[in-house]
Design a protein around this ligand. Structure first.
Ligand SMILES: NC(=O)c1ccc[n+]([C@@H]2O[C@H](COP(=O)([O-])OP(=O)(O)OC[C@H]3O[C@@H](n4cnc5c(N)ncnc54)[C@H](OP(=O)(O)O)[C@@H]3O)[C@@H](O)[C@H]2O)c1
Length: 239
């Protein structure tokens, strides 16, 4: 099997934002490695375009080791690692569910932490001028929530990892975070909920995943940006 150089690794790229990022990287000719949990036609479509996918439940204890084994199988070096996989669990879904609590801890903290450490040699092996780790957190860490307290606490932890790994890996590897507010509604969101959410930002739109792609590109192309979390919120912070 031939190994690619300067690959992009995206976790949770089977749908929505992660899928869009994978498609756009492929459009630009980058080798793409991704993880997914649910087999979908979108996963087969990414693979048909040349991306390599790993079916893995990132909430399992040995998930990071599986991802590293997968990277070793396919890539000599990584240009960028994107921590995108997430689960938006409400606090009521965590009651009597140690599994759900553990899933949030693993997806948003443990797996990004472990992958940042285990994949460092692949990032350092890249001959690209700039190398990046980018996490996708959540704008609401700044505000808290009465319904998603634990989800947001783990996303705040993810933002905090950005600062520590930026220090640890400077100047060779930049480490940044994107903190989105509304990007995409979920299919089952009611009209009333949608209207209420749209009113919460100045720009009052559901922007879609292209704005995340633009922010990823901005980070990757910018040589003076590290240790930061970029709010992607349509002006929500002043509403
Ligand atoms: N959408 C928004 O408006 C919004 C707003 C703020 C922040 N964000 C952040 O942006 C990122 C992408 O958002 P999104 O809306 O595209 O999220 P999404 O639709 O929920 O997709 C998240 C991905 O994570 C994967 N995942 C979840 N649990 C997993 C597990 N145990 N093991 C492996 N993979 C797992 C999912 O795989 P399966 O589909 O196979 O389960 C899915 O592909 C997330 O980090 C999210 O928190 C999004």
């Amino acid at each position: 099997m031939s190994h690619v150089r300067n690959a992009i690794l995206i976790t949770g790229a089977g749908q929505r934002i992660g899928l869009h990022l994978a498609e756009r990287f492929l459009d630009e000719g980058h080798p793409v490695l991704f993880t997914y949990r649910t087999p979908r036609p979108s996963v087969a479509a990414l693979e048909a375009k040349g991306a390599h996918g790993l079916l893995v439940d990132l909430a399992e204890a040995d998930a990071s080791q599986k991802v590293v084994g997968f990277v070793a199988e396919h890539a000599l070096s990584l240009r960028c690692v994107i921590h995108n996989a997430s689960v938006w669990l409400k606090d009521v879904e965590l009651r009597n569910s140690p599994q759900n609590l553990a899933a949030l801890m693993r997806l948003h903290l443990q797996v990004p932490y472990e992958l940042n450490i285990l994949l460092e040699p692949w990032l350092r092996a890249s001959d690209a001028e700039l190398k990046d780790i980018i996490s996708i957190s959540d704008f609401n860490t700044a505000r808290g929530s009465d319904q998603h307290a634990f989800y947001l606490a783990t996303k705040a932890g993810l933002q905090n990892l950005t600062k520590s790994f930026a220090k640890k890996y400077a100047p060779e590897i930049k480490v940044n975070d994107i903190a989105p507010a509304l990007i995409l509604f979920n299919e089952d969101d009611s009209e009333e909920y949608r209207a209420q959410r749209l009113k919460k930002s100045l720009l009052q739109i559901e922007p879609g995943p292209e704005v995340v792609w633009q922010t990823v590109k901005f980070i990757m192309e910018n040589r003076y940006l590290t240790a930061t979390s970029i709010p992607l919120d349509g002006g929500r912070s002043v509403v």
